[in-house]
Design a protein around this ligand. Structure first.
Ligand SMILES: Cc1cc2nc3c(=O)[nH]c(=O)nc-3n(C[C@H](O)[C@H](O)[C@H](O)COP(=O)(O)OP(=O)(O)OC[C@H]3O[C@@H](n4cnc5c(N)ncnc54)[C@H](O)[C@@H]3O)c2cc1C
Length: 421
């Protein structure tokens, strides 16, 4: 009798899982990726797509989904739903689409807002495959030069300078050269990074499987036995770096967050309260006192940058300064937070990750973007993919992994054909 019950349960479970994973048509396919079209540089033509003013008459009928916010997270979710044949409306509070990824032009200079560089975009990586599928192959990234970043630590005579190279092999070898007494720590760091790059996709899975199952796997320790990415996601970079080296400069490099690329961008953390008294003023008309106040920050930061790069001093043509009030206005960010909700360690604890899901207590209201998984371009994209998976009741990651596998197989076949023809 019990055997029969078990067999029926196993059949239902297997059938249900199969249906969940493969029962719906995939919105993705190799064929949907088109050759790259030329980049549209005509601002008027770009604006026709990016700046569509709202009017009631423009709202299509029989909508399946309304996406609030056109950042990378919202647009990724929208693209996945639309590719699955859903009728989708994206609403944006700013006058143009893109969120942190929008660009703006002032006095003839184009500024990008929230993307300077990102990694894991090598051929057939999950991130590259996901971007290709969502944009039908139209998104193009420029490869970073080999020496892509320079890190300065300390001032005056105490100043130390380190350079970073792209590519995991070159980066590791170059760091070892600069830290000859810490080669073992560098090796450990790259081993860890390799594992994280391979296993990070397990973290979104916590949000895709039933919540009770995710919590059971984590609390019972089964998840940790399977892979230590779950334990690591709740460990701070400082704690880890402390364990592998006492070299403070190397610790900084292991946990660094610096930006470079066309315009010079200087990022500094500031408190919302420092600017709060102007919160009710209108953007671009906040008054001379506000402009003077924010320019004090800008000038100090620029002078500081010139200490490191003296040749910049007479190269300054135009300077634009944004504050938490700019983030609040243009991104709808609460109290101007640059990465939306708090990016603290508690948030990345695996139990919190399993609990922080796309679905909400409000029926048919789902969350997407950087608040679901993590900040950053890749984080927001995962937020969009997780959200679309939950809404469609179909795990899009399975489709992406199949495409990735096919692409890898095709590359091997092509390489063999080249060798023998
Ligand atoms: C200065 C800066 C530099 C960065 N550099 C990098 C980098 O080099 N590499 C990297 O990986 N990441 C970087 N990031 C982070 C990355 O850009 C973001 O994490 C990511 O783009 C967030 O995407 P999102 O869709 O979650 O949110 P957002 O891009 O913020 O999109 C949210 C959208 O929702 C809209 N919205 C909000 N409220 C409403 C409402 N009520 N009604 C309608 N619309 C609404 C907003 O206007 C916005 O368009 C940077 C961020 C900043 C700020």
């Amino acid at each position: 009798m019990w055997l029969l019950v078990f067999l029926v349960w196993s059949l239902v479970f297997t059938g249900g899982t199969y249906w969940y994973l493969f029962g719906t048509r995939s919105p993705f396919s190799l064929e949907s990726v088109r050759p790259k079209e030329p980049i549209e540089l005509d601002q008027r033509k770009r604006d026709k797509v990016l700046k569509k003013g709202f009017s009631r008459e423009r709202i299509p009928e029989n909508l399946d989904a309304i996406i609030i916010g056109s950042g990378l997270g919202g647009l990724s979710a929208a693209a996945c739903l639309a590719k699955q044949g859903k009728r989708v409306l994206v609403l944006e509070q700013h006058d143009q689409a893109g969120g942190c990824c929008h660009t703006f032009t002032e006095k003839g200079f184009e500024f990008d807002v929230g993307l300077h560089y990102l990694g894991q975009l090598h051929k057939n990586s999950l991130l590259q495959v996901a971007f290709d599928q969502i944009t039908e192959g139209q998104l193009e990234f420029v490869t970073l030069p080999q020496h892509f970043d320079t890190i300065h630590i300390g001032l005056g005579e105490e100043r130390r300078e380190y350079s970073l190279y792209t590519g995991k092999t070159a980066m590791e070898a170059h760091l070892k050269k600069q830290f000859p007494d810490d080669t073992e720590a560098v090796e450990k760091f790259f081993k860890l990074m390799k594992m994280c790059a391979r296993k990070t996709h397990l973290l979104p899975c916590l949000k895709l499987i039933p919540r009770w199952l995710a919590l059971f796997l984590l609390k019972s320790g089964i998840a940790d036995l399977y892979c230590n990415i779950f334990r690591l996601s709740g460990t701070s970079a400082t704690t880890w770096a402390d364990q592998v080296t006492s070299n403070k400069d190397l610790q900084v490099i292991f946990s660094y967050l610096f930006y470079g690329k066309t315009c010079m961008t200087i990022l500094a953390m500031v408190n919302y309260e420092w600017f709060e008294e102007w919160k009710d003023t209108t953007v671009r008309k906040r008054g001379d006192d506000y402009t003077e106040y924010k320019m004090r920050f800008a000038n100090n930061l620029f002078n500081w940058a010139c200490e490191h790069f003296p040749k910049l001093k007479d190269k300054l043509v135009y300077q634009e300064v944004s504050t938490p009030l700019s983030n609040a206005h243009y991104l709808g960010a609460h109290r101007g937070a640059m990465y939306s909700s708090e990016q603290n360690l508690a948030r990345y604890d695996p139990i919190s990750m399993a609990k922080n899901r796309c679905d909400t207590p409000i029926k048919n209201l789902y969350i997407s973007g950087q608040d679901v998984f993590s900040c950053g371009i890749a984080g927001a994209l995962h937020g969009g993919l997780i959200c679309a998976s939950i809404v469609l009741g179909h795990i899009l990651y399975v489709d992406l992994l199949f495409i990735k596998k096919k692409l890898k197989r095709n590359s091997v076949v092509q390489a063999l054909q080249k060798m023998f023809c």
